[in-house]
Design a binder for this molecule. Structure first.
Ligand code: BG6
Length: 480
């Protein structure tokens, strides 16, 4: 046991989840179908064609799960709302049963003094909107999303203080429109990719502005999948490759949230290629106004990345095997010719799914966000996906404890460095559906007895990491 610093008073030790990955009950109580309900039914899209139809049955077991959270001493539970439970058609008539479910979930958290943190969009869009106008591809989505957000702010704003507009905009748009690995399953649709992102940015901005009217005391941000980058070495070519990477992959999104403007390098690069998004007259004003009101930057941190010079001609392919990202055994180098490529980091180990393990990257991420944006930070996700073994009712996941300990330590260093960090959410509380990897890639502090086929007991078992995190929380970060 390491004796470390105490975290700030009222620090929100948390865990996170997402509706599609935990709830199940995909057709219950008036819920409409979503893009994911449909996508998982296309053959070979997910591991063993696994669905989230039942997931880990959180919809019916939330009381049991939240009681376990209380036992853990959790201060915050970050979960997402499934839009199609609230508006089965995406817009129009509200489904009271959907609203009631989330209000019950919130009340159950509050009963134990657990601060609910609500994500409005964690990748599941009502299928009806895809059918009606192509979902995120059409500008109409901006107002429909804003109406959905307002409905939740009004219903839950008195009870929920922390809100997140979007989970990993960079991931769901990249996987959806460039890699064909998430819905709508398009490959290399570059022009549309940037247009979709602009729509998401406007939806985010309008929701932030509405939030400040409806819930003036609340806090709102977006959760970004941030992979801080390192230049391969001090060869100036590699250092420029690093800046290119950052501008294209990180600042392109985070600058919008925090500053309300697109970074110059990327805009210029896209403009030359005819890829800049179409904007309406007021968009810039709206983006600026929303950015000025952003309360925190949400960061999902899993790994850092290395950047190296990539020649324009004969360079590494833009997508390479990124198309198989998220699947085991993807070590091939990828990159954008003329800008950068991303070789593995020779100093670091990887997970069973080849994700680089780099605790100090979390400190680096916090430092960079602090110096660039001067915003408080919510670490809205961090955790280890691994194969776990249940034996005699126990799961000895020392590897997960090691991973989390190193990351919490890095977080404490970032606090000592002067970063204003208000929360840390372990991904995840219970095991859940890993979008493309079924149920075998486990992240939970609590094991769930289920594998890909339906019909298991769904019983919950506390892993060793559960007991470890309990001590971390009760000592406010001193006992790691
Ligand atoms: C993040 C997502 O990208 O990483 C989560 O917000 C996801 O929803 C998590 O589950 C881990 O990814 P994966 O592919 O290992 O399940």
């Amino acid at each position: 046991i390491m004796e470390m610093i105490e975290m700030p008073k009222n620090f929100l030790w948390g865990c996170a989840s997402a509706a599609y990955q935990v709830e199940g009950a995909y057709q219950e109580d008036g819920k409409g179908l979503t893009n994911w309900d449909q996508f998982v039914r296309i053959k070979d899209k997910t591991f063993k064609d696994t669905t989230g139809d039942v997931a880990v049955d959180h919809y019916h077991r939330y009381k049991e799960d939240i009681a376990l959270m209380a036992e853990l001493g959790l201060k915050t539970y970050r979960f997402s709302v499934s839009w199609a439970r609230i508006f089965p058609e995406g817009r129009g008539a509200v489904n009271e049963k959907g609203l009631q479910f989330y209000e019950n979930l919130v009340d159950e958290c509050l009963k134990y003094g657990i601060e609910p943190m609500v994500t409005l969009y964690h990748w599941d869009i009502p299928a009806a909107l895809d059918t009606a106008y192509g979902g995120w591809e059409d500008r109409q989505i901006v107002d429909d999303y804003a109406a959905y957000a307002k409905c939740l702010f009004k219903r839950l704003g008195r009870k929920v203080k922390y809100w997140i507009t979007f989970n990993e905009q960079n991931i769901f748009t990249t996987f959806g429109w460039l890699l064909a690995a998430h819905p709508p399953g398009k490959f290399d649709a570059q022009k549309m990719f940037y247009q979709v992102n602009h729509h998401v940015n406007m939806a985010h901005a309008k929701a932030v502005l509405a939030f400040k009217q409806i819930v003036p005391d609340g806090k709102i941000g977006a959760s970004f999948a941030f992979s801080p980058s390192y230049a391969f070495d001090c060869d100036p070519k590699n250092v420029i490759a690093k800046i290119n990477f950052d501008e294209m992959n990180s600042f392109w999104w985070m600058d919008i949230y925090a500053y309300g403007r697109y970074p110059a390098f990327t805009w210029n690069y896209l403009d030359k290629k005819g890829l800049v998004p179409e904007m309406e007259a007021d968009d810039k004003t709206i983006l600026l106004a929303a950015a000025a009101k952003l309360d925190f930057m949400g960061i999902n941190y899993y790994q850092s990345i290395v950047c190296e010079y990539n020649p324009l001609h004969g360079g590494v392919d833009p997508y390479g095997t990124m198309n198989t990202a998220g699947k085991k055994g993807t070590t091939e180098i990828k990159g954008v010719p003329g800008l950068y490529k991303n070789p593995p980091n020779p100093y670091l180990m990887t997970t069973d799914w080849d994700w680089t393990i780099d605790a100090s990257g979390l400190r680096y991420a916090c430092r960079e966000v602090t110096s660039r944006y001067h915003l408080p930070i919510v670490i809205s996700e961090n955790g280890l996906g691994a194969f776990d073994i249940l034996e005699d009712g126990k799961i000895h996941d020392g590897y997960r404890i090691d991973y989390l300990r190193e990351h919490v330590l890095a977080l404490e260093e970032a606090v000592q460095d002067g970063c204003d960090i208000i929360s840390y959410c372990v991904w995840s509380f219970t095991d859940l559906l890993s979008w493309l990897n079924g149920y075998q890639k486990r992240y939970g502090l609590v094991y769930v007895d289920r594998e890909e086929p339906e019909g298991s007991s769904m019983n919950r078992y506390k892993k060793d990491s559960f007991y470890w995190y309990k001590k971390v929380i009760s000592s406010n970060g001193k006992h790691l």
